[in-house]
Design a protein around this ligand. Structure first.
Ligand code: F0G
Length: 353
């Protein structure tokens, strides 16, 4: 048996990457596609729901798929430093892969709007973290301008190799199902991931005639430029990962939704948090943004604008719940305090039942 070697080596013949690419991997990918029968029932039933749990990647988010390829390309051509703007997950992922390749990593983040687990990750992996008094969109403008003037590789999803890596999630889903799902639902922020999935599904469709899914992209109501049809200057949402007002891959995302016969919609922060709880009640704890895809499905089912009877539906849960512990701990019930005695515990059990 050959052991698993990460997304780049597993799918190399399907990736459009230059010959100088030198693999830097943490054995990312190969994430579970988890059946969610109870949650499907809660949402009305009659369809098969599977969660692609991307929080199981080495740094806790789907970004690792794209980062292994972007860093491998930069490393192979001798780049010494990488830079990115980030709402947090890209930063942690870039930092991990850059450290493995011995490269300098600079990340620019919006001050006060990055979840604790992501910031801690970026620091732990050794990134130089710079906070700006501005949004993700401001940070992205900055890093694009800097990378044009200095020999620093840009590893945001404007970098085409990020998408080459991220499309491998579509390959994995088709490998497991033996076909594409009927619907794919996922959160949309800077719009790289929805573009990458669509590239992946289309590529398989062209090469080996798999079916194509309809794609449901989901934004948060307070930062929904693709739904409104114009940039949002001051995006706001509890789902800080997708707090983005001017997505870099806006056109490609709209194309993916249209070509696939799907759509891009927005859901409220309340709906996102409610779905985060429902997913956790089914054993899958994701960060708020990652619940947006399933929240979008619930929203469309409630409105009767989608018919999923007899369909296979995959929802992408992009990041792990541990990325953003504060969202849970700030409102959680205080733990019970008991004396360290068997009788106290017995009294408690009798009382609470
Ligand atoms: N879900 C999570 C957990 C994310 O971190 C992101 C993006 C998305 C969804 C949206 O993906 O941008 O490809 O549409 N996070 C970026 C970051 C912006 O900096 O970590 P997208």
């Amino acid at each position: 048996m050959t052991s698993y070697a990460g997304v780049l080596e597993t799918y190399r013949p399907f990736l459009d990457i230059p010959a100088h690419t030198r693999t830097v991997t943490l054995l990312e990918g190969n994430t579970p596609l988890i059946p969610m029968p109870k949650l499907a029932e809660t949402l009305g039933g009659g369809f098969e729901l599977l969660v692609k749990f991307e929080g199981m990647n080495p740094t806790g988010s789907f970004k690792d798929r794209g980062m292994t390829v972007a860093i491998s390309e930069a490393y192979g051509r001798g780049a010494k430093a990488v830079i990115c703007a980030s709402t947090g997950n890209t930063a942690a992922s870039a930092a991990a892969y850059a450290s493995r390749a011995g490269m300098r990593c600079i990340v620019i983040i919006p001050a006060g709007k990055v979840a604790t687990g992501k910031l801690a990750g970026a620091v732990a992996y050794g990134a130089e973290v710079i906070q700006i008094d501005g949004s993700f969109d401001d940070a992205l403008n900055l890093v694009v301008a800097i990378s044009e003037r200095h020999p620093i590789a840009l590893v945001n999803s404007l970098n085409p190799y990020r998408l080459e890596g991220q499309k491998t999630a579509a390959f994995e889903i088709c490998d497991v199902l033996g076909k594409a799902p009927d619907w794919l639902a996922l959160p949309v922020g800077n719009a790289g991931n929805i573009s990458a999935y669509w590239m992946g599904f289309k590529q398989l469709h062209e090469r080996i005639k798999t079916t194509l899914p309809q794609v449901l992209g989901v934004q948060a109501e307070g930062s929904a430029p693709l739904v409104l049809g114009h940039p949002v200057e001051h995006p706001e949402t509890i789902a800080t990962a997708i707090r983005i007002g001017k997505p870099a891959r806006a056109e490609q995302a709209l194309e993916a939704a249209e070509e696939s016969g799907g759509c891009i919609i927005a859901v409220s922060d309340d709906a996102i948090l409610k779905m985060q709880k429902l997913l956790a009640a089914n054993g899958v704890w994701v960060e708020p943004a990652s619940a947006a895809g399933v929240a979008g499905l619930a929203h469309e089912l409630e409105r009767g604008t989608i018919d999923l009877k007899g369909k296979v539906v995959t929802a992408v849960c992009t990041g792990h719940g541990m990325k953003d512990p504060d969202i849970i701990t700030k409102d959680m019930p205080k733990p019970h305090i008991l004396p360290s005695e068997m009788s106290a515990l017995e009294d408690y059990l009798a009382r609470e039942n």
